[in-house]
Design a protein around this ligand. Structure first.
Ligand code: AP5
Length: 215
């Protein structure tokens, strides 16, 4: 199963991608996670990406495409993958289509997560991410058992620097301008399925699994 999770920052793509990855045994490829790892390791790519991420801008297409190409070519992706946060521009989407066509495969579904803007802001402002593993929490909606400590690995929970109010506004604007055209792009290819992302994590998960099973 080859899936793309599409939607505004904070709609819950990463949270649901982790669960779908575990349930179906296919890897989650999050360009945000890959870029943050490169930033943390201070690689040349990470240093270049950081300036864009700190402003809430998109990292240049060529940088992100290179990362995704490498990951999707790995053996673990032979049975499928979930792309979380990629593509985010029409050129990225065109490149993905071409990359998959070269392998003789294509996407199965693009899941478009929808929640009201106010909910996005409250989810992002309370998000806490593990500094050591991909786990993500929310101070109110998805709290860890012990405040500030990751349930999975005991790592310290931190607030992402791009979850500050001003950067969130900018990320939402960038999403509207550069990523939302992909809704129509994938609708025209008959790949888009819409998911109501509101409600508890488990309820969203139930709707998502039903939707993927029906497809
Ligand atoms: P990225 O990390 O991809 O950020 P994003 O798309 O802005 O998405 P988020 O990670 O903010 O949100 P999410 O939808 O995954 O929500 P989550 O599950 O965490 O990208 C960061 C930056 O990297 C970009 O700004 C850009 O600079 C760069 N970048 C990345 N990809 C790129 C690309 N392709 N091209 C160019 N640049 C790129 O949930 C959010 C919160 O809500 C959490 O606290 C969670 O616990 C909580 N939550 C989740 N579900 C629920 C629920 N049902 N109810 C209540 N709370 C919930």
């Amino acid at each position: 199963m080859r899936l793309v999770f599409l939607g505004a920052p904070g709609v819950g793509k990463g949270t649901q991608a982790e669960m779908v990855s575990a349930k179906y045994g296919i890897p989650k490829i999050s360009t945000g996670d890959l870029l943050r790892a490169a930033v943390a390791q201070k690689t040349p790519l990470g240093l270049e990406a950081k300036q864009f991420m700190d402003r809430g801008d998109l990292v240049p297409d060529k940088v992100v495409i290179g990362l995704v190409e490498e990951k999707t070519n790995a053996a673990e992706c032979a049975k499928g993958f979930i792309l979380d946060g990629f593509p985010r521009t029409v050129p990225q989407a065109d490149t993905l289509t071409g990359m998959l066509a070269k392998k003789g495969v294509s996407l199965d579904r693009v899941v478009y997560f929808v929640i009201p803007r106010e909910e996005v802001i409250s989810r992002l402002s309370g998000r806490r991410s593990c500094s050591n593993c991909p786990a993500v929490y929310h101070v109110e909606f998805v709290p860890p058992k012990q405040e500030g400590v990751c349930d999975d690995c005991g790592g310290t929970l931190i607030q992402r620097s791009d979850d500050q109010k001003e950067t969130v506004e900018s990320r939402l604007n960038v999403y509207e301008e550069q990523t939302s055209p992909l809704i129509q792009y994938y609708r025209e290819k008959n790949l888009l399925v819409e998911l109501n992302g509101s409600g508890a994590v488990e309820d969203v998960q139930g709707r998502l699994v039903a939707l993927l099973s029906a497809s």
